[in-house]
Design a protein around this ligand. Structure first.
Ligand SMILES: Nc1ncnc2c1ncn2[C@@H]1O[C@H](COP(=O)(O)OP(=O)(O)OP(=O)(O)O)[C@@H](O)[C@H]1O
Length: 257
């Protein structure tokens, strides 16, 4: 996925300002930035859900604006709270996952073949939700919901996987469980390129390779994790003097006093 000089302007507000970014096959990116930095806007463009005001976007060798987005979208897996809000509370977990094959939320009259059912079953097992297959989405805990959303995002065997705050609202146990699963996915050589948006350094899985830091719609730094996740870059990105703590390949940050 490539963005060149991408800007998004709404009224007098610039949501994204001249963003250049390349995500290559096999890379696992985390996008970090404070509230309102433009992370979700950036991900919406990468998901072919939003067109920029200016600039060029190439997703999986298709140029946004010159491609039928309905053909492109099934090649991109997306997990986000906006999507979660579109899933009917009465939908079973199995249907939440399998309906991604048609890019719909809410099973209706579509027909799914044995391969679709087998793929959904395999993903539910991999993400630890197979015991919940017949449970209604609306009855799940936040942690269970998050795992359903990632399993759903993988249903079409996408070439690009986009995760918008996949661990938001989880307790520490739930977060660590999800981070461990994402870490395993990141280490899988057959997994698609991954981009994960978060506010929290603690949520960056060990095996993630690259980071992009965003502040007020501008890229503060982008590149390999160890070069980008530095005390100086993070302090600039979040507008607070931060102390960076590294434990193995995991990170945390605290205000410097
Ligand atoms: N249609 C719009 N018109 C005007 N401003 C908008 C519009 N959509 C988003 N914004 C603003 O653009 C900024 C970036 O929003 P975005 O949701 O991309 O940020 P974010 O980094 O994902 O934030 P958060 O971490 O709080 O979810 C915010 O200040 C938001 O209020």
């Amino acid at each position: 996925m490539e963005m060149a000089d991408v800007s998004v302007v709404r009224g007098r507000k610039t949501l994204l300002d001249a963003v250049d970014w390349v995500v290559r096959e096999g890379e696992r990116w985390v996008v970090l930035g404070p509230n309102g930095a433009g992370k979700t806007t950036l991900l919406s463009i990468a998901a072919a859900r939003l067109h920029p005001t200016r600039g060029m976007v190439d997703i999986l060798d298709e140029i946004l604006g010159a491609v039928d987005v309905f053909e492109l979208r099934p090649r991109i897996g997306l997990s986000s709270t906006v999507l979660a809000a579109q899933i009917p509370a009465s939908e079973t977990v199995r249907d939440c996952v399998v309906t991604a094959a048609y890019g719909v939320t809410g099973r209706w009259t579509e027909r799914y073949d044995a391969d679709d059912d087998a793929r959904a079953q395999e993903l539910m097992a991999a993400w630890g939700i197979d015991h919940l297959a017949e449970r209604r989405f609306g009855t799940l805990s936040e942690g269970e919901r998050k795992r359903v959303l990632v399993a759903r995002a993988l249903m079409t065997d996408p070439e690009l996987l986009l995760l918008d705050e996949p661990a938001a609202g989880l307790d520490v146990g739930g977060r660590e469980d999800l981070v461990a699963r994402l870490d395993e996915l990141a280490r899988d050589g057959s997994a698609p390129a991954v981009v994960m948006v978060t506010h929290h350094l603690e949520e960056v899985p060990d095996a993630f390779t690259h980071a992009l830091l965003l502040r007020e719609g501008r890229v503060v730094a982008a590149g390999p994790v160890e070069q980008v996740i530095t005390q100086r870059n993070l302090s600039e990105t979040f507008g607070v003097a931060l102390k960076l703590v590294r434990v193995g390949n995991r990170y945390a940050a605290f205000a410097r006093t």
